[in-house]
Design a protein around this ligand. Sequence first.
Ligand code: GLN
Length: 534
Amino acid sequence: MSSAKYIFVTGGVTSSLGKGIISASLAKLLQARGYRVTIQKLDPYINVDPGTLNPYEHGECYVTDDGAETDLDLGHYERFLNVPTSKANNVTTGSIYQTVINKERAGDYLGKTVQVIPHITDEIKRRIQLLGNTGEYDIVITEIGGTVGDIESLPFIESIRQLIWELGNTNTAVIHLTLLPYLSVTGELKTKPTQHSVKMLLEYGVQPDILVCRSSQPVSMEIKRKIAQFCNVNINAVIESLDASSIYDVPIMMLKEQLDKVVLNNLKLPSRQEPNLDNWKVFLGKLKNPIREVRIGLVGKYIELHDAYKSIIEALVHGGAINECRVRIAWIHSESIDEKNVEEKLKGLDGVLVAPGFGDRGIEGKITAIRYIRENNIPFIGICLGMQCAVIEFARSVLGMKGAHSTEIEPQTKYPVIDLMAGQKGVTDKGGTMRLGKYICSLTKGSKAASIYSKLRIGERHRHRYEFNNKYIKKFQDAGMIASGINPESGLVEVIELKNHPWFIGVQFHPEYRSTVENPHPLFVKFIKASMEH
Ligand code: GLN
């Protein structure tokens, strides 16, 4: 049996209450008390992973070092804890069923009827304990996606019930996150939805230990007492969670509410030390008291849903804070940009980021924006597809390769400056088959990239099928676009930069996944700095 303790975080009343941020904030506090903590997300959908989902569905697909395509909450976990997550940190119903069905086909259950209980629930319990069993963590926080009462998350709740019974009350704790709606007409916070949602959990045999109550108004002692009484919890286990102006305030708010202490008490763990949040507070201080401001254009095709660019937004926040600079994002739809309006759209911006993406929608808008940026010396960072567009633009405008393109968009292009990677040819399955996760990259001595990173060997995370076509590398370099980062094993181009431009960098990888509060990513830090100087 594992020695780790398990905390389960469920949600009630409505979705989008911020279970991910509460889980990450609690983890931060426990970590700051000296515990080794990790967070895992259980997602109820049947996709094996979110890699095949359109960002409009659930926002960005986050990628781990070990190449898992995961829910964006894992990004919050890493940004708060500054500890990498892995494949084991995101479990979907699809992946559970896939394992069970593969075992059934292999004959592992020969003779038996394979059922939700016990086979699916056993696999869920195994996945929950995988992280705890590594011995690397004292505490594993498992966030259950969806809202209690959803048909699809029932097996997860049942698995929690069984685990609590198997591991015992002092080795497990259940936190239920709910909403206290405020009725402005009567000026009251209402507790009934919370009572109902706890009742629903009880129907499934799970008694929450702690209630975190999202609220727009302060929660009085009287209301806390009422909730405690009707939901069978200690009054100090009713935690107020007010709307915050920044997600990074939440750990401090939870500290004030003593969420961490209540949890430790539940798990019969010592408080150890007062949480050391010195670095966090320095970051918050800078974030809240900027002395400068920049306007950064974010050019993408999913801008109606900002969650599609979650890690990019947060990396800009981190990069801004360390520079004591507020970053205002100007959201620019790539489909809305054309030759005629590009100046009007981009004029006055201090820097522009061209976002990752797939497919042809909005691609010409991105290329047009990059031409303007290049010609007008505006600081630029292109990420993945954004980098590829910079290559296409340079080929067309500077190298005279009319119609140059990526074969993703234009398979018959005369100048395939971006082409399918060799290893991708013949790949037909879409799920989990891209070039994913961390790869090493060597930076060229004396390049801008090398000076940004202050080192020559870096590791960054990837998610793509297409790549700079090395056939053209000499032409590009001779004309001033340098391949300043190369994967040493495959020779794939990972970074491009312009010689005659103050700050123009394209990266095939996704630096945004690695930016954390305590380790803001150098590319973002320096991009903001360059934008401040522009
Ligand atoms: N669609 C491009 C590729 O597959 C870029 C992917 C991305 O931006 N993540 O290479």
